[in-house]
Design a protein around this ligand. Structure first.
Ligand code: R2B
Ligand code: URA
Length: 313
């Protein structure tokens, strides 16, 4: 059953599985002799991308390079893969923009903070998956966030990624015009992940909307930045409105992540743990060891999902 489990997101036809392809949506790419993935320090001429990455089925992305290295080491252990965890090397070591680790069918990549940083990474990642002729790939953003009315440590699986006006859309300025793309994520994947969370002890998880902002301080209604143009009451009113619109957490990458994956036919999910309840404060004052345990929660959840899909559980 293992290959069928892997392909369970595909469409079954006449006894065989039609696999989901990763689509780049750019006609200009066909006429390029070489494609240099500059921020990964990889190229179609200098690297055999199908050989290096053709077996990838799960891609996990997160902000911090150290966290994504730790995630790769964790998955290596969880999947009982051969070799020493300390030998897992950064495929992008020739550049310090992003870090990338491959463990079996799992790719773990850092994306930095904010929409512009993750969007550059996603352009090159989606081209990489296409060049490598990958099929049936699931993509996960595992990260941190501020909770809206939730106990700290809760994992939020994103239903819709919304902008600062609570709209499920991502706006990109292209050639001086605004292009609007939908940010809906794969409902079935979100439901499967919620089911996984119920099978893991001590992993409080909800499905809710995630608000994506372009700033950590004023943009998220914080009173503790270098600048602040509003009162405590105005902040709380905005958070109450966000909560009414179904927002359960706030972070800084989900809208462009959802929009790009959707256009390119990639099944994607966003899982962020809340570090604090924004109705109760703005500063992240939780002790370091507690934060480390919180940040491990989305990793445990995705690992459980991957193990189930691969037939380990
Ligand atoms: C969550 O945490 C980061 C800010 O601290 C940002 O990248 C995000 O989305
Ligand atoms: N990341 C965010 O973007 N906001 C928070 O409040 C916490 C983590």
């Amino acid at each position: 059953m293992a290959p069928i489990l892997l392909n369970s997101m595909g469409n079954e036809h006449n006894g065989y599985i039609e696999q989901e392809k990763v689509y780049v949506k750019n006609p200009h790419l066909d006429s390029m002799e070489e494609d240099i993935l500059y921020h990964f320090n990889l190229s179609t001429k200098t690297h055999n991308l199908p050989e290096m990455f053709g077996d990838i089925k799960f891609v996990c992305v997160g902000g911090s390079a150290n966290r994504m290295k730790a995630f790769a080491q964790f998955i290596h252990q969880e999947l009982n893969l051969q070799g020493n965890v300390d030998d897992i090397r950064d495929i992008c070591e020739g550049t310090d923009r992003y870090s990338m680790y491959k463990v079996g069918p799992v790719l773990s990549i850092s994306h930095g903070m904010g929409v512009p940083s993750i969007s550059i990474m996603l352009h090159e990642l989606i081209k990489l998956l296409d060049h490598a002729r990958c099929r049936d790939v699931n993509l996960f953003r595992i990260g941190t966030s501020g909770g809206v009315g939730l106990a700290p440590g809760t994992v939020v699986i994103t239903d819709k990624a919304v902008d600062s006006f609570f709209r499920p859309q991502f706006e990109q300025v292209v050639l001086g015009k605004v292009i609007v793309r939908s940010t809906e994520l794969d409902e079935e994947l979100a439901r499967d992940l919620l089911q996984c969370s119920a099978e893991i002890p001590n992993l409080p998880t909800v499905i809710g909307n995630t608000m994506c902002t372009h700033d950590f301080y004023e943009g998220q209604g914080r009173l503790d930045g270098a600048l602040c143009s509003f009162s405590t009451e105005e902040k709380l009113e905005y958070l109450r409105k966000a909560h009414e619109a179904g927002v359960r957490n706030i972070e800084m990458e989900s809208t462009v992540f959802a929009a790009m994956c959707r256009v390119c036919n990639l099944k994607a999910a966003v899982l962020c743990v809340t570090l604090l309840n924004r109705f109760e404060g703005d500063q992240i004052s939780t002790p370091h060891d507690v934060l480390v345990e919180y940040q491990h929660r989305p990793q445990r959840l995705v690992s459980h999902f991957i193990k189930k899909r691969l037939g380990y559980l």
